[in-house]
Ligand binder design. Sequence first.
Ligand code: F6R
Length: 368
Amino acid sequence: EKAGFDHFMLKEIYEQPKAYRETMLGRIAEDGQSVNLSKEIEMSDDYVKSISKIHIVACGTAYHAGLVGKTVIESLARIPVETDVASEYRYRSPIITPDTLVIVVSQSGETADTLAAMREAQRNGARVLAVTNVVGSSVAREANDVLVTWAGPEIAVASTKAYSSQLIAFYLLGLHLARVRGTQTTEQMTEIIHALTALPEQVESILEQAAVLKQVAESMSHHQSLFFIGRGVDYAVAQEGSLKLKEISYIHSEAYAAGELKHGTLALIEDGIPVIALISQEDLYEKTLSNIKEVKARGAHVLAVTNQGFEAEVAKSVDEVFSIPKTLPVLTPALSVVPLQLISYYASLALGHDVDKPRNLAKSVTVE
Ligand code: F6R
């Protein structure tokens, strides 16, 4: 059942190219110029044009996908988006109006906090679109619209392919909304779709370099604590990388917006502490690089996860570099998360933990 892999988590990491392809299948126009989800989601074009804001609500890893989703929808469709943790959302009296679209993201479709948040949103008159991996789940049944991630069953407690397929769902949704609202030109949409369809093969090329990441993970596994830093979507991916590492290796880590370090956290950067720095965004490159230099100057051991284009330059300022293939800035999360998943996996393995069933956690959390 593990298809020759030692753990479900590793199998599921390797299933990501397939999960991406399946999630895109049938949703992109044959000419590669647009995305049309009208066959699956019932919201009319008039409704899509009337949306004044979007709330993305989810827990844990799905929340981290929602953080990327915010950037994707805001940049492609120019609709204001707020992303909330479901267990907080309900209790902050969110301002929900009939023209608020609420998007809930849940792999299992059974998470109690997410369900409760969605019911609250519907009570307040919002339309709810669910992004889920389980077709007949509670969330799928109760939502007004469902966008399924075709990642296939996810068995390992630590979510990998479900998260990255949620990113693909957000790219598709962003392109759908952009087409209806006319916020991207055909040339722009064609370029994004072209890059989107290249992602599965690009993930394959990352997976071929797993041995390098195993070494990195083994040396990190001796540490008590480490940091992930990044800006923009790199920060969102940093948060997911940090959660994954804590969840299965039990090594303490924190994800920090790279520019926030100097507002207190730099005090914790001491000699030898590992820092995983994500630096994939062209417009933020110089800024993040200077943050990397700040931690280097305090003795951090830095692994940079960067784009092929920046590799040579970044290498001068860090201890190790891992490059992801070139893609559009908004699409990098679908690639940069993969090395972080592998680092978590190999760190957990090196420490002898139960990778697929980490302590104190359940796959589906049905209590609030
Ligand atoms: C972490 C993880 C959890 C889930 C969270 C939400 O690897 O799996 O953080 O993402 O419990 O679960 P779903 O997506 O099923 O609502």
